[in-house]
Design a protein around this ligand. Structure first.
Ligand code: GDG
Length: 485
């Protein structure tokens, strides 16, 4: 039931939180499994909310609207689709979003393809989204726009004369000025971002980078206040900026890891690997995640510390992602070759050092891997946050594991005191860190892991939603709890 006096929440993201599935000859809609959906669903239900996004369907003969309305009735909040053509998906999603903004904001500018066609498609699709948003919302709603695909929503709504209270959250890092300035449309992008009422970043560093870029492009920028959210003044208008580190549903992961069948599965995994130490990597197969560098660091580990031969296993789970894109195909090939090379170099009868899985595991199987692993090796070259690091801690109910974490993951800002921080480009450094972590005594492991788990438990996904909405709307309504810092 919708609580009276509350602003309705409207979430806008590139993809809807539901996937269309073709099963037994008919189409169905299934809710996505991510933390964002888990956290948003109760808030949307409570406030009678709407989620607007693309359904992901390219099939013109599928009755998407009908399928979504059945889903909405069951979920307790509405789903509203923005239909996109194949060409739009190619140029706005694969092109502008994933060949320009994704690599640039992850400091990998040499991978960018700055085609003007992509930019035009990005603007057209953002306009299309804004038209749907304008039609489906009123000035009493609160609009929460998600991520880099849709940076122009507030800009287009304003240019249509549509007044809305808007917040934007960027899930990926915000780069430093020397990188951001390479974007041919830098001024238009930064200007569009200033049209939101609240801008949220993953870390204080991202927030600082944004302010530095703003000052470079708009010298009249003034920042006022301190703390979680500050105010930016640009002439006679203002907006707010904050850092809101995203998180996970801690209890859900921890409880799943403790479930009897999952604990048994974790034991079976250890048994299958003959109770050798397990070092685990879990990622979408993406060049930002540093998978080839990680495999090379395992190679270095085995070279430098030959006594580890036959005593450790590195398990890498790589989830297929953006498979249509050539660069991702090349990356897959590179990883497979590296796995082959390392296994060829070190295997002995009864022991293969690297176990590589290229598939999406059911969540209980993934959690069994987390629970079984002695070390999580999370080494992205750059990452907005990295939820795998937090999920590993939540699943480590024995508090016996070690988190080895890239200093360039957003999660490092929160977890640095109790994780083992490494530079993902430094193979020797990672090998050394792994060797030390393998020799940490039980008390050291216990003490660090219990602090990591406390941190993730307190600052969980529900805390994240509350703190953003509190900064965005609750001030005027007084209906959100105090943010814990
Ligand atoms: C973006 C930002 C930011 C992985 N393998 C399997 C599986 N996963 C799930 C994990 C985790 C998720 O995928 C990956 O989350 P990340 O945070 O690591 O990465 P991105 O997809 O790049 O997400 C990132 C995030 O947005 C949120 O703001 O943290 O920095 O890049 O939840 O559990 N899930 C299942 N099977 C697998 O095999 N079921």
């Amino acid at each position: 039931m919708v609580e009276s006096g509350m602003k309705r929440l409207v979430v806008v993201s590139n993809r809807l939180p539901a996937a269309l599935k073709h099963e037994d000859g008919r189409w169905t809609v299934k809710q996505g499994a991510g933390g964002l959906v888990t956290a948003m669903a109760p808030v949307l239900r409570n406030r009678g909310g709407v989620w607007i996004g693309w359904s992901g369907a390219a099939e013109p003969d599928v009755d998407v609207e009908g399928l979504l309305s059945d889903f909405s009735a069951e979920a307790g909040y509405e789903l509203c689709t923005v239909p996109l053509t194949r060409q739009e998906v190619d140029d706005y999603y694969y092109g502008f979003s994933n060949e320009i903004i994704w690599p640039l904001f992850h400091d990998l500018q040499s991978r960018c393809r700055f085609h003007p066609r992509y930019w035009r498609a990005y603007l057209d699709v953002n306009f299309k989204f804004a038209e749907v948003v304008a039609r489906r919302t009123t000035s009493d709603d609160y609009l929460w726009i998600q991520d880099y695909h849709l940076m122009h929503q507030a800009f287009f709504l304003k240019s249509m004369g549509v007044k809305r209270n808007t917040g934007f959250f960027l899930h990926i890092p915000f780069p430093t000025p020397d990188i951001f300035m390479k974007l041919p449309w830098r001024w238009k992008v930064i200007q569009a971002l200033t049209e939101y009422d609240l801008l949220g970043f993953q870390t204080m560093q991202d927030r600082r980078n944004f302010v530095r870029c703003l000052r470079r492009l708009m010298p009249e920028t003034r920042v006022e206040g301190r703390g979680a959210a500050v105010t930016v003044r640009l002439g006679n208008r203002s907006f707010r900026l904050g850092a809101f580190p995203i998180s996970i549903d801690y209890n859900q992961f921890s409880e799943l890891a403790g479930r009897e069948d999952v604990a048994r599965k974790a034991f079976e995994l250890k048994e299958a690997l003959r109770h050798r130490k397990i070092i685990l990597g879990v990622d979408r197969l993406d060049y930002t995640k540093g998978i080839p560098e990680r495999i090379r660091s395992i190679q270095t580990l085995l070279k430098r510390y030959p006594d580890l031969k036959g005593r450790v296993n590195f398990v890498q789970i790589a989830v297929p992602s953006r498979e249509e894109v050539g660069e991702y195909k090349d990356l897959r090939q590179e990883i497979e070759q590296l796995v082959g090379r390392v296994n060829g170099e070190f295997s002995i009868p009864g022991w293969v050092p690297v176990h590589y899985h290229y598939r999406n595991l059911p969540v209980d199987e993934l959690v069994a891997y987390y629970a079984a692993a002695d070390i999580a090796l999370v080494t992205p070259l750059r990452d907005g946050m990295n939820l795998v690091a937090k999920e590993y801690c939540a699943c480590n109910n024995s508090e016996d594991g070690v988190l080895v974490l890239s200093e360039f993951a957003g999660a490092a800002a929160q977890l640095q005191r109790n994780a083992y921080l490494v530079n993902p480009y430094d193979m020797d450094g990672i090998a050394k860190a792994l060797h030390r972590a393998l020799h940490w005594d039980r008390d050291e492991r216990h003490s660090s892991m219990s602090k990591l788990r406390d941190q993730v438990r307190r600052n969980n996904i529900f805390w994240w939603v509350d703190s953003f909405l509190q900064a965005g709307i609750a001030k005027t309504l007084g209906d959100f709890p105090e943010v814990e810092t």
